[in-house]
Design a protein around this ligand. Structure first.
Ligand code: AMP
Length: 218
């Protein structure tokens, strides 16, 4: 099955998808991470995607859909997958449904709900490790040593698209598209909603219940 984890930027999708993947053994596939890896590698795809990502815009559908289909064709994604950051608009959701229409593979969605004010506060306080990808929050999830990754000791950075001037544009661009995707899964009876506010472990427990109800168990 494919569990689509939906939420605005800053809703906690990455952190929660990682924990859910560790708890269930399902593959965690995050389009943002795939793009950042392509950018680090300096690939043509990365070069094409970077300008959109830095501007807080979505990367064009054709590029994104091709990239995700190639990732989902890998052996570790053959069974259970947690999709994080895809689909982000109705065209992507329709492409995902079409890709598995005849396979009998179920596609269900869970929305992590977080208010806009909290999203802005979370995004501007976010720091990430450019080496291993772990994400921190200056107040809620600080690293043990200031500015240094707990896992690999690399100096932490602010993501270019988390810069204060980009955050508002990114949210405005992406919230309306998210709402359309949420509507699409809701209309087809495939949506569960989880309160994404509170301690990470509490959200994790709520998400585990919703994921299990959708068919994703350990
Ligand atoms: P994320 O790490 O999920 O916040 O993604 C970082 C950036 O990558 C987004 O702001 C977009 O520019 C781009 N991106 C990630 N997923 C998608 C997607 N499904 N469609 C288009 N662009 C995406």
């Amino acid at each position: 099955m494919i569990l689509v984890l939906l939420g605005a930027p800053g809703a906690g999708k990455g952190t929660q998808a990682e924990a859910l993947s560790a708890a269930t053994g399902a593959a965690h596939v995050a389009t943002g991470d795939l793009f950042r890896a392509e950018i680090s590698a300096g690939s043509p795809l990365g070069v094409a995607a970077k300008q959109f990502i830095d501007a807080g815009q979505l990367v064009p559908d054709e590029v994104t859909i091709n990239m995700i289909q190639a990732r989902l064709a890998k052996p570790d994604a053959a069974d259970r997958v947690i999709l994080d950051g895809f689909p982000r608009n109705p065209a992507q959701a329709t492409a995902l449904d079409a890709a598995y229409a005849t396979s009998g593979r179920s596609i269900r969605a869970v929305l992590l709900k977080v208010d806009r004010e909290i999203l802005i506060e979370r995004l501007t306080a976010r720091r990430v490790c450019p080496s291993c990808g772990r994400s921190y929050h200056l107040l809620n999830r600080p690293p043990q040593a200031s500015g240094i990754c707990d896992v690999c000791a690399t100096p932490l950075i602010t993501r270019s698209d988390d810069a204060a001037e980009t955050v508002a544009a990114r949210l405005a661009n992406q919230l309306s598209a998210l709402e359309s995707v949420v509507d699409l899964y809701r209309a087809t009876g495939r949506l569960a909603e989880v309160d994404g506010v509170g301690p990470i472990e509490e959200v994790q427990a709520r998400l585990a219940v919703a994921a299990a109800a959708a068919g994703l168990t350990a």
